[in-house]
Design a protein around this ligand. Structure first.
Ligand code: F6R
Length: 244
């Protein structure tokens, strides 16, 4: 466990380029790496940059093995709010990764059994090489809402009011937000060989500071990532010191 590397970029565009460079260097060393992939807004620029490089032939992510990070509970595949669908659209399809190489979370039937099977798939794959994560304003990573301790496994959770409110950015009014989720647990995130945590904009400044500089605590699940072997925080200036 080393202190996190903190990379501060001028703005969101630079953050997205630096994030793509980071992922590309890992993929160059291990083309079939196992990657946990967040949805949400922050990593979209990074994924778009990787997609451009894939198209230009300067990067090849097609052999990656993708692990879904979180999902809404009870949601159908065709539902536009499906985070599996979002993962396919933003990452898997642009990088031409065959869908058989994606390990999904359960969302409908037998969620406990599906979560246990998911954790077995992570173990069978030899663990996660890279976790690409965002951070919620309440310090969640994936849907590990506070409090989530370091031993939590993949499971169904209740979303907090802050997360439900924050997710209206994606889907419109609160009635459209599913109130329960399924998330990879903290124990898998902390065990990833590399963790890339991305944050952008002034709205994330306070929580980024608490996560990186405050006490390591289940109350700020992202702070537990500091127990991982190799963590990189990639932020823009607004998210680091509130200055453009
Ligand atoms: C999404 C996820 C969430 C988001 C977080 C930040 O799969 O796991 O933890 O990463 O809520 O979301 P954005 O990037 O939209 O601010």
């Amino acid at each position: 466990m080393a202190p996190p590397s903190i990379l501060v970029q001028r703005d969101y565009d630079d953050l997205s380029h630096a994030g793509a460079d980071f992922v590309a260097s890992i993929v160059a060393a291990r083309p079939d790496a196992t990657v946990l992939v967040a949805t949400g807004e922050t990593p979209m620029g990074l994924y778009a940059e990787l997609a451009l490089r894939q198209k230009a032939g300067t990067f090849d992510g097609s052999r990656l093995r993708v692990f879904q990070l979180d999902e809404y509970a009870g949601i159908a595949d065709q539902d536009r709010r499906s985070l599996y669908g979002w993962t396919l659209r933003a990452f898997v399809d642009p990088l031409r990764i065959p869908h058989e190489r994606v390990v999904r979370l359960p969302s409908r039937s037998d969620i406990p059994g599906g979560c246990a099977a998911y954790d077995r798939s992570v173990a069978d794959a030899g663990g996660i090489d890279l976790a690409i994560l965002g951070i919620g304003v309440n310090g969640h990573v994936g849907f590990n809402e506070p409090p989530s301790d370091r031993w939590t496994t993949t499971r169904e959770v209740e979303l907090t009011p802050e997360t439900i409110r924050a997710n209206t950015r994606y889907w419109g009014q609160e009635e459209r937000i599913v109130r329960r989720g399924v998330t990879v647990g903290m124990t898998t995130l902390i065990s990833a060989r590399r963790v890339l945590l991305v944050a952008s904009g002034t709205g994330k400044r306070d929580i980024v500071r608490r996560a990186m500089l405050g006490p390591v605590s289940a109350e700020v699940p992202a702070s537990l990532l500091r127990e991982a072997d190799d963590v990189t925080l990639l932020v823009d200036r607004l998210a680091w010191n509130g200055m453009a």
